[in-house]
Each structure stands twice: as structure tokens, then as C-alpha cells.
Write a protein of this length. Structure first.
Length: 125
């Protein structure tokens, strides 16, 4: 006959559940911390921590043709942002203009125009 107080294995199962919960809490905290660090990296002003020779940026305004919706403006913006040397992009669907800030040592307006064309749109200065 078994007495009712202690059941073998119960403590081990409870401890395992506690370990799983703690592991999930730690994983979520690490993901949150990584996202905060990524946000901080993206918000650092251009040129901060960069030698002065590379901190000089140029900008260009391109007329974008063929955009039929705001989603197209986002497509153009994403394509330009992936271009090496691009520091900032603003694409306005209503006006059809893209304002791009870039490092002239790494890219140029002709390459930016080519990028827009590869995305399926027209671009001109």
C-alpha cells in the first residue's frame, strides 16, 4: 500500500518544466536585446565612427516612372537600399521622386538608375 504524500518522478518533471520556461524567457530576452541593438545601429547618423574621407555623402533625385501603387514605391526603395554605398532612400509615390543619399566612393547615379531599372521601373535624373 502506498502512502499519499510523495510520488517518485514528480519533482523531476516539475523541474524540467521550470527549465523549459526559463529557457524560453532567456531566449525572448535575447531576441528583444538583439532587436534593440539592430534599431540602434540603424539610427546611428551617417559618418559617425567612419573616417572623414568616407563620411562625405552625395545625394541625387531621380524621377521614377512606372509606379502604379504605393507598393511599387516600397519595391523601388527596397531595391535602392540594398545597393552598396546607399546611406538613405526616400521614394514618394505621389510625386514619383526618389531622393537618395549615397557614398560616391562606392556607387554613383548611373548605378542607382540601373538598380531601379532592374527592379522593373524607369528612372532618370
Amino acid at each position: 500500500m502506498r502512502s499519499g504524500g510523495f510520488r517518485p518522478g514528480l519533482r523531476a518533471r516539475g523541474t524540467g518544466l521550470l527549465q523549459v520556461v526559463l529557457a524560453l524567457v532567456v531566449a525572448l530576452a535575447l531576441v528583444w536585446l538583439a532587436l534593440k541593438m539592430f534599431e540602434r545601429q540603424r539610427s546611428v547618423p551617417a559618418g559617425r565612427g567612419v573616417p572623414p574621407a568616407r563620411a562625405v555623402l552625395d545625394s541625387v533625385e531621380l524621377q521614377i516612372g512606372g509606379m502604379e501603387s504605393p507598393a511599387d514605391a516600397l519595391t523601388v526603395q527596397a531595391a535602392l537600399q540594398r545597393t552598396a554605398g546607399v546611406a538613405g532612400v526616400q521614394v514618394d509615390f505621389a510625386s514619383g521622386l526618389a531622393r537618395i543619399t549615397y557614398d560616391p566612393n562606392r556607387t554613383d547615379p548611373d548605378r542607382l538608375i540601373a538598380t531601379v531599372r532592374q527592379a522593373g521601373f524607369q528612372a532618370s535624373r
